[in-house]
Design a protein around this ligand. Structure first.
Ligand code: ADP
Length: 538
């Protein structure tokens, strides 16, 4: 048995030589004889050690053996220690009786017979060892029982969490279907109206309404994609040193329409001097706009929203406060969980999927920050507080050099747009036309090769999943041709995973855009390209 504790015997005798002889007689592996020359010493030893057998000399000056035994009986700790009295000469009946009363299990007469003492002591030694083993087993069993109890509780917790997650998933699917169908109905109506009566006086209004609904739809789908990518750790932040104010401005632009539509007043208090942080501008704007949109959504019309920004040591503290419907205490820790909505009945849905705050929290964490919520309860408004680390101001000379002067004109370029989705290709072409460029369309890989050689574009906007020959192969083939040495190739894909970008780079693409291409990003990219390359091939 590993790490086994010794068995302790206590020998008490006022004569040192007697103690030594008892110790010598009892010697065996695993046994330790503790020696005491008086009752007092014995009691001290008993306080410290758990003793398997006490061998007490009866005749001792001061406290005699019987008195010591009585004291031992009177103490819980030593009550059941077996006692063998060692007496000089035959103990008379009365003395024996007193001894048994005091708890003796035996009497041995001095001079002690070695074999008798040994065999009796062995019995107690073995007995004690067995007790030790039983106790160890009992401890083991207890530990196993406790572990089982813990596992049971844990599995109950897991199963409860699973049940709740499953329920949230069902609710989420219902909400998802509802939320996706919502914007589709007006888009479909708008389309039929435009189809039937092209010259309807409401055409402009219908188009704007359709665009609004489409933007909403795209946002829902973006959130969905984002949340699954964040959960799988697939989102990469493009961290750079930016001013917090620039992200806030983008967020305010995105959220203002909803705030105004609900006739809320918005007060923004931000320090004037730039606050620098290391962040992904788009994602930070998304975080802020999400919380602002919630404040607008969950506050009855005509409410008040306050956005306050302060810096404290190296932290930036942003609080977004509304006087809306508030959040009940018990829901406050849960609203950052995926698919959690305080009020999830479809009739009262505010046009969300219950993933916004989950996404916000994950993005905030990825930025090294925290987000928390406070609300005095239902109907009492909510305050969301974000904390983000600030960074020192960067060297400004570099940033200034990069920024473009306003009003700079863009030189017209020839762009080949390759996309098997004819509608997508056509609308991209129109966007290019609006930017002052000319374009040509192709709808499969082979057609793209022919068109490129005829048209000699300065820029090729290439979809990856194409019939006949995929976008990577089209790019590789054209790259080998000296005609396209200076041509800019832009890949267009549904995913922006790291691997897609690396594949695109390896195939010879200069840039990579995610579908559906955002008009703003697209025009910035084309402008950037044409600015940097004033002399693109003719
Ligand atoms: P969604 O808004 O799509 O339902 P979120 O994850 O953004 O999902 O928010 C989760 C839930 O938290 C909301 O459904 C709403 O019940 C509650 N909530 C969020 N912001 C506020 C707010 N400012 N006031 C009251 N409730 C809020």
């Amino acid at each position: 048995m590993p790490d086994i504790k010794p068995v302790y015997f206590l020998a008490v005798d006022d004569l040192e030589e007697n103690l030594l002889s008892v110790e010598g007689l009892l010697r065996r592996q695993g046994l330790m004889v503790l020696k005491a020359k008086s009752g007092q010493e014995a009691l001290e030893i008993l306080l410290e050690y758990e003793v398997a057998l006490a061998l007490l000399d009866v005749q001792m000056p001061g406290m005699d053996g019987f008195e010591l035994a009585e004291l031992m009986r009177g103490t819980e700790r030593t009550r059941s220690v077996p006692i063998i009295f060692l007496t000089a000469g035959a103990a008379d009946y009365q003395r024996r009786f007193r001894g048994y009363e005091a708890g003796a299990v035996d009497f041995l007469q001095k001079p002690i017979e070695a074999d008798i003492l040994k065999s009796k002591a062995d019995v107690f030694f073995d007995l004690y060892r067995q007790r030790q083993e039983v106790a160890a087993r009992r401890d083991e069993l207890q530990a196993v029982a406790e572990e089982n109890k813990r596992l049971l509780l844990e599995s109950q917790r897991y199963s409860q969490a699973l049940k709740e997650a499953d329920q949230r998933k069902d609710e989420f699917l219902a909400t998802l279907a509802h939320e996706l169908r919502n914007p589709l109905a007006p888009i479909r109506n708008g389309l039929s109206l435009l189809k039937k009566a092209g010259a309807t006086p409401h055409a402009e209004e219908i188009k704007m309404m359709m665009e609004r609904q489409l933007v909403h739809l795209v946002r829902l789908i973006d959130d969905l994609l984002d949340v699954s990518r964040v959960s799988q750790g697939k989102i990469e932040l493009k961290m750079q040193t930016i001013t917090f104010q620039s992200a806030l401005q983008a967020a305010l632009e995105a959220s203002r329409p909803l705030i105004e539509a609900n006739k809320h007043t918005l007060n923004v208090a931000v320090p004037e001097e730039p606050i620098f942080i290391s962040a992904d501008l788009t994602r930070l704007a998304q975080i802020l706009s999400n919380v602002l949109n919630n404040a607008a959504k969950y506050t009855p019309a005509g409410g008040k929203i306050e956005l306050n920004v302060v810096t404290k040591e190296n932290d930036l503290i942003i609080s977004i406060k509304d006087n809306g419907m508030g959040i009940p205490q018990h829901m406050q820790p849960k609203i950052f969980d995926l698919f959690t909505q305080v009020e999830n009945s479809l009739e009262r849905s505010q046009g969300g999927l219950g993933i916004g705050l989950a996404l916000v929290q994950r993005l905030v964490t990825m930025h090294g920050g925290t987000i928390s919520v406070e609300s005095a309860g239902a109907g009492k408004g909510s305050t969301f507080t974000l904390r983000l680390p600030t960074v020192p101001a960067p060297d400004t000379s570099e940033t200034e050099k990069k920024s473009k002067m306003p009003g700079e004109t863009v030189s017209a370029q020839r762009v080949l747009v390759v996309d098997d989705n004819v509608d997508s290709a056509k609308t991209t072409g129109w966007m290019l036309e609006m930017l002052g460029h000319t374009y040509r369309l192709a709808h499969d890989g082979e057609e793209a090769l022919i068109a490129a050689r005829e048209y000699r574009p300065a820029i090729v906007l290439l979809d990856i999943g194409l019939p006949k020959m995929n976008g990577y192969d089209v790019c590789r083939t054209l790259r080998k041709d000296p005609l396209f040495e200076n041509t800019i190739f832009i890949a267009q894909t549904g995913w922006a995973q790291k691997k897609d970008r690396t594949d695109a780079q390896e195939a010879g693409f200069n840039y990579h855009l995610v579908k559906p291409v955002d008009f703003q990003k697209f025009s910035e990219l084309i402008e950037g390209i044409t600015d940097n390359r004033a002399t693109l091939p003719a």
